[in-house]
Design a protein around this ligand. Structure first.
Ligand SMILES: Cc1cc2nc3c(=O)[nH]c(=O)nc-3n(C[C@H](O)[C@H](O)[C@H](O)COP(=O)(O)OP(=O)(O)OC[C@H]3O[C@@H](n4cnc5c(N)ncnc54)[C@H](O)[C@@H]3O)c2cc1C
Ligand code: FES
Length: 507
C-alpha cells in the first residue's frame, strides 16, 4: 500500500531529543532543525558561543527531509537569470559558494553511517523540443562562462526522446534525513537540541527573547532557520512566494535504468533520481508545480506525474507519495542575513527548491557573520536588498495570486463544498454562516471542524489531499488535521469550531 510520508523517513529509528522544559540563556538560539539550522549548529560548534537548536517538531523532517536531495550546482536554468539579475560577478559568487557547499556536504556525508546515502552522479537538465533546446544552449553558455562543469550532450539514456541535455559532471545525491541525523551526531552534546519546542513569540532588545513551551530563551542572536521566517521583521513572507510539488517513490522495474539525476526544462516539470534501499533501486520523481492549498491543481500534477512514470518507466505501483514546498525569491538568490539592517534576528529563505547546497551556503554566511569573519557570498544573498530586477514580473504574478487568494477566495468562498459531499477520510472547505470552515470527516463518519482562515494573515486554506494537511497559498503555512501548525510563518494553531450540520450546503 502506498505510504503518504517521505521515502526518506520510512524505517528510520531516529534518536529523539527532549522538549524544552526550562528557561535558557545562550549566545545563539537556532530556530529550526533543517539543513540551514543544523549546518549553523555544526559551524558554531567549538566557537565558544553557547548555542542551542529549538525545533518545533522533529529535526530533518520538514522541507529538507521531504526534498529529492540532489546535491548539485545544477539548479535548473539558474545561471543565465543570475547573470541578468546580478551580473557576472554575482553569478560567479553563487556558483563558487554552491560548489564549495556540495564538496562540504560530500566530505561530511563520507564520515556518516552508510555515508548518508551519498552517491556521485551527473546531473542533467533536459529539453524535449527545439525551443527548450535553445534555452539550454543559452544556459550552457552562462554556466560554462562561470567555470561550472557543464556541457551540452545529446543522449543520456532516458527512455523518451530529448532534443538536448545540459550535463553537470560529478554532482551528488544523498538521503537528506539520514544526513541531518548524522549532522546532529557530529554537532554532539555541546550544542543541545530540543524537539517539540516551537518558538511562538519573540522580541529584540539589548538581548533577544523567545517563548517556547511557556519557557523563555534569552539570546544575543537568533537564527530563524524556519524555511520561511516566522517573524514579520524584514517582511520576507512578501519577498519570496511559496510553491509546491507532488513527489512519488517506486521500485524501478528490473528492466529499466536511470543513470544520473534529471530535471526537465518545460512544464509540468519532472525531476528524477534513484535511491538504493534493501538491495532495490527506487525511482524518486517530482511532478509539476502547483499553489499550496489548490486541491485540484495538486491532483492534476499528481495524475500527470503518475501517467508520465507509467508511460516511460512502466511503473504502476508507488511505494510513497508526499509533497514538498519551497519559496521563490524575485531575482533567483536567497535572502540570508539580518532580518533588517543591524538586527540581531537573522534569517535564511527563498531557496527556490535548491536549498540543500544553498542551505549550507546560508549557514556559512550566518555563522561567519556571528564569528566576525568575512564571507564572499554574503553580499549576493543580502537579506535586506530591494532591487527592481528581471524576475519582478514573475514575482508580482506570484504575489498577485497570493493576494487573489486573500481577497478573492476568502470573500467569494468559491472553494466551498456541501458537507454531504465530504466522504469518510476526506475533507473540504465549507462556508457556514459567514465563516469558512476546514471540515474533515474521520473514518467513523464524525465531522471535525476548524476555522479555514490561516492564523498568519487571514488567507483561506485549502486541503492537501496527499499529506492530509491544510495549506495556505499566500505565504506557505501548513496545519495538520488537528489544526496544529506544521510550518510557518504561522505560529498559532487553527481555531476549533463546532461541526456544521450534515445538510449544510456550504454556500
Ligand atoms: C519538491 C521539492 C524538491 C526539492 N528537492 C531539492 C533538491 O533535490 N535539492 C535541493 O538543493 N533542494 C531541494 N529542494 C529545496 C529544499 O528542500 C529546501 O530549500 C531546504 O530543505 C530548506 O531547508 P531549511 O532548513 O530552510 O528548511 P526546513 O528543512 O524546513 O527546516 C526548517 C525547520 O524549522 C522548523 N520550524 C518551523 N517553524 C518553527 C518554529 N516556530 N519554532 C521552531 N522550529 C520551527 C521546522 O519544523 C523545520 O524542521 C526541494 C524543494 C521542493 C519543494
Ligand atoms: S501564510 Fe500568510 S496568510 Fe497564511
Amino acid at each position: 500500500m502506498e505510504k503518504n510520508f517521505p521515502f526518506w523517513s520510512d524505517e528510520v529509528e531516529a534518536p529523539s531529543y527532549p522538549a524544552l522544559g526550562e528557561d535558557l540563556e545562550v549566545d545563539v538560539a537556532i530556530v529550526g532543525g533543517g539543513i540551514v539550522g543544523m549546518h549553523c549548529a555544526y559551524r558554531l560548534k567549538g566557537s565558544g558561543l553557547r548555542t542551542v537548536v529549538l525545533e518545533a517538531r522533529r529535526i530533518g523532517q520538514q522541507a529538507t527531509g521531504r526534498s529529492t536531495a540532489k546535491v548539485t550546482t545544477q539548479h535548473g536554468r539558474k545561471y543565465e537569470k543570475l547573470i541578468r539579475s546580478f551580473g557576472r560577478e554575482g553569478a560567479l559568487a553563487y556558483a563558487d559558494a554552491n560548489e564549495g557547499a556540495i564538496l562540504e556536504i560530500a566530505r561530511l556525508a563520507e564520515s556518516m553511517e552508510g555515508k548518508a546515502g551519498l552517491e556521485q552522479r551527473d546531473a542533467y537538465i533536459y529539453a524535449v523540443d527545439d525551443k527548450e533546446a535553445l534555452q539550454l544552449e543559452q544556459e550552457a553558455e552562462a554556466a560554462r562562462s562561470l567555470g561550472l562543469p557543464a556541457d551540452l550532450v545529446h543522449d543520456a539514456g532516458l527512455p523518451f526522446p530529448t532534443t538536448a541535455l545540459l550535463k553537470y559532471r560529478g554532482q551528488f545525491q544523498f538521503d537528506p534525513y539520514r544526513y541531518i541525523l548524522g549532522l546532529a551526531g557530529l554537532v554532539g552534546h555541546e550544542t543541545p537540541i530540543y524537539e517539540q519546542s516551537r518558538v511562538t513569540s519573540w522580541g529584540e532588545g539589548s538581548r533577544c527573547h523567545l517563548e517556547v513551551n511557556g519557557r523563555t530563551v534569552t539570546a544575543q542572536h537568533v537564527i530563524f532557520a524556519t524555511q520561511m521566517p516566522i517573524i514579520n521583521e524584514g517582511l520576507h513572507f512578501a519577498k519570496a512566494f511559496p510553491f509546491a510539488h507532488p513527489i512519488v517513490a517506486a521500485p524501478l522495474p528490473p528492466d529499466r535504468r536511470l543513470d544520473g539525476m534529471f530535471i526537465s526544462v518545460g512544464s509540468p516539470s519532472h525531476s528524477l533520481r534513484t535511491a538504493e534501499r534493501d538491495g532495490k533501486t527506487y525511482l524518486i520523481a517530482v511532478g509539476g508545480e502547483y499553489k499550496g492549498g489548490d486541491t485540484k491543481q495538486q491532483q492534476d500534477m499528481l495524475t500527470d506525474l503518475r501517467a508520465f512514470l507509467r508511460q516511460h518507466f512502466g511503473i504502476e505501483e508507488f511505494s510513497h507519495c508526499w509533497t514538498n514546498e519551497d519559496f521563490r525569491p524575485m531575482d533567483g538568490a536567497a535572502f540570508v542575513g539580518p532580518a533588517e539592517r543591524d538586527s540581531k534576528l537573522l534569517v535564511a529563505t527563498g531557496f527556490d527548491a535548491w536549498g540543500i547546497s544553498q542551505g549550507v551556503v546560508a549557514a556559512d554566511i550566518l555563522a561567519d557573520r556571528l564569528l566576525g569573519r568575512t564571507n564572499e557570498a554574503a553580499m549576493l544573498f543580502d537579506s535586506t536588498r530591494i532591487k527592481p530586477v528581471s524576475g519582478a514580473v514573475e514575482f508580482t504574478k506570484g504575489n498577485l495570486e497570493a493576494a487573489a487568494n486573500l481577497f478573492g477566495e476568502r470573500l467569494l468562498q468559491r472553494a466551498s463544498v456541501p458537507v454531504k459531499s465530504i466522504a469518510p477520510g476526506e475533507a473540504g472547505i465549507v462556508s457556514h454562516g459567514g465563516d469558512l470552515l476546514a471540515v474533515r470527516r474521520d473514518e467513523k463518519g464524525t465531522l471535525i471542524a476548524h476555522s479555514a482562515v490561516c492564523t498568519h494573515m487571514g488567507c483561506a486554506l485549502g486541503w492537501n489531499a496527499i499529506d492530509r494537511t491544510w495549506d495556505c497559498s499566500c505565504h506557505g503555512s501548513r496545519f495538520d488535521e488537528l489544526g496544529e501548525v506544521i510550518s510557518g510563518p504561522a505560529v498559532a494553531p487553527l481555531q476549533q469550531r463546532s461541526a456544521p450540520d450534515e445538510d449544510d450546503e456550504g454556500a
